[in-house]
Design a protein. Structure first.
Length: 492
């Protein structure tokens, strides 16, 4: 009872004082430090100062002179010096621990805010871009098609800017991760070409890709981050080039038996960078030569992120430029060689992201359940799946999903994560814990606005059969369904 009363008193005191918890902790440490120092002063004073006719040490049959003569005085001061030192170390360690915990909590709060912000932005964008895709597919007028394309480009630009802000925030918090794995060099370069060629074509630029045929076929590193680096530089080159060409060159430099530098060189014939602005190319929160590029969109974080990523992987990035002549970026990143077989002539169609929008399939008799608390997202999913002939049922919550799954057998379930009352992960676990349920073994695809790096791996560890980030791209949705249905369809 007394303990509970004491805790209540402390809580009331903290509430009345309106002091932050960190300030209360710091005051407590300072009070503790002063008490220890006071105790040391009292002990030392008792040793030297007499009390009426004798010192307090007389009661122990010792005099200060005898103690000093026996050199115990030196030991006495040595012990107290050690006590003070230990006390200082404890206080310093405790303060560092508090700072670390506060910084960690701040990072967690920031990550939670960014995740929530990303989710809040991606959800309406998913509706805009998804419905725009459906309109584009059904539209037959050339004028409307141009509007559709412009909306798509604007949406892609917005998502790109959002991703840059999230990445740079992680870099500032020192929480960005380099996830290394084996990858195919030709496929990675093909991805970069496929993702950038349309933007170059829109500006009527010549886009050349040259790959040294002697590059090792398979390397070990973070191919996603390397691809991001290449795309950031290419995006800048296309953005600041109004006429002429953009050229991507990739080659390697052997460092030893199983080590090599992957070298990427991007050259453009764009507006160039002035000599005064060149040292600030990789600065964050600033845009160089603002007057000359005032009509160019972007956050100004792309190259700052690129430099940080290159350095995190132990690499080096350099830039040279001349005004009105062009710019050249050169990146060197150390990689481990997995297969030193030469990559040979590059096939630019070899891409992990290539997809033809007319590669539809027809799947009569297939039933899919889409689960999302946002009505617009359900319309997007149903509209994108419609041409395949698949029957789509919709559920607006986890509880409704469980009720419908109890009555009907589905071939695939598309599940959102952040839903009120019951989130997607909980719904999935309850669904698959029904040993005799009709959908206990039904593959579930996570369709979510949680697009932070590492999210796919976490969802797959839980047991989700596939992962699709919002905003949903029609080609990615269809490709994922083709994989999950495993041949239960007819080709168009």
């Amino acid at each position: 009872m007394s303990k509970q009363k004491s805790m209540t008193t402390k809580t009331k005191f903290r509430h009345r004082s309106n002091l932050p918890e960190s300030v209360v902790r710091d005051i407590s440490l300072r009070v503790y430090e002063m008490l220890v120092l006071f105790a040391v002063i009292v002990c030392v004073s008792a040793f030297f100062l007499p009390h009426e006719n004798a010192s307090i040490w007389d009661t122990l049959k010792f005099t200060p002179e005898e103690i000093l003569n026996k050199r115990t005085g030196l030991m006495f001061f040595g012990v107290f010096a050690v006590i003070i030192l230990v006390q200082r170390i404890i206080i310093f360690s405790r303060r560092q621990q508090i700072r670390y915990m506060e910084a960690r909590k701040k990072n967690q709060d920031t990550n939670e805010f960014l995740t929530t912000m990303s989710h809040g932005i991606r959800t309406p964008i998913n509706g805009i871009m998804g419905l725009n895709t459906i309109i584009g597919r059904k539209n037959k007028e050339a004028a409307i098609e141009e509007y559709v394309n412009q909306i798509q480009r604007a949406g892609d630009s917005l998502i790109s800017n959002l991703d840059e802000i999230l990445d740079f925030s992680k870099i500032e918090q020192n929480s960005i991760e380099i996830e290394e794995a084996e990858y195919n060099v030709a496929t990675m370069i093909g991805d970069c070409y496929q993702l950038m060629k349309e933007r170059a074509n829109q500006k009527h630029l010549q886009f050349d890709v040259v790959c040294d045929p002697d590059i090792p076929r398979r390397l070990y590193g973070d191919s996603m981050r390397i691809r991001q680096i290449i795309l950031n530089i290419l995006s800048n080159a296309v953005k600041y080039t109004t006429q002429g060409s953009v050229r991507l060159e990739v080659f390697s430099d052997y460092l030893g038996a199983d080590q090599a530098h992957l070298i990427v060189k991007v050259t453009d014939t764009g507006i160039g960078i002035s000599e005064e602005a060149l040292p600030h190319v990789f600065d964050a929160y600033s845009r160089i030569d603002v007057y000359r590029i005032r009509n160019v969109e972007g956050t100004g974080l792309g190259m700052a992120i690129t430099k940080q990523l290159v350095e995190r992987m132990g690499g080096l990035i350099m830039v040279t430029s001349k005004v009105d002549e062009g710019t050249m970026f050169r990146v060197r990143i150390p990689q481990r060689i997995v297969d030193d077989t030469p990559v040979g002539d590059l096939d630019l169609t070899q891409s992990s992201t290539s997809f033809q929008k007319n590669q539809w399939f027809f799947a009569p008799g297939i039933r899919v359940l889409a689960v999302d608390d946002v009505e617009m997202n359900l319309k997007v999913l149903a509209g994108m799946i419609e041409p395949s002939g698949i029957w789509v049922d919709v559920a607006h919550s986890g509880e409704e999903c469980l009720a419908m799954a109890k009555e009907e057998r589905y071939d695939v379930i598309l599940m959102d994560d952040r839903m009120p009352q019951m989130d997607g992960v909980t719904c999935f676990q309850r669904l698959h814990n029904r040993s005799n349920g009709k959908n206990a073994k039904t593959p579930v695809m996570m369709v979510t606005a949680n697009a932070v790096r590492g999210a796919e791996e976490e969802y797959r560890k839980i047991g989700f059969a596939a992962y699709l980030p919002k905003p949903i791209r029609e080609e990615e949705l269809i490709a994922a369904l083709r994989e999950l249905l495993k041949g239960k369809y007819l080709e168009n």
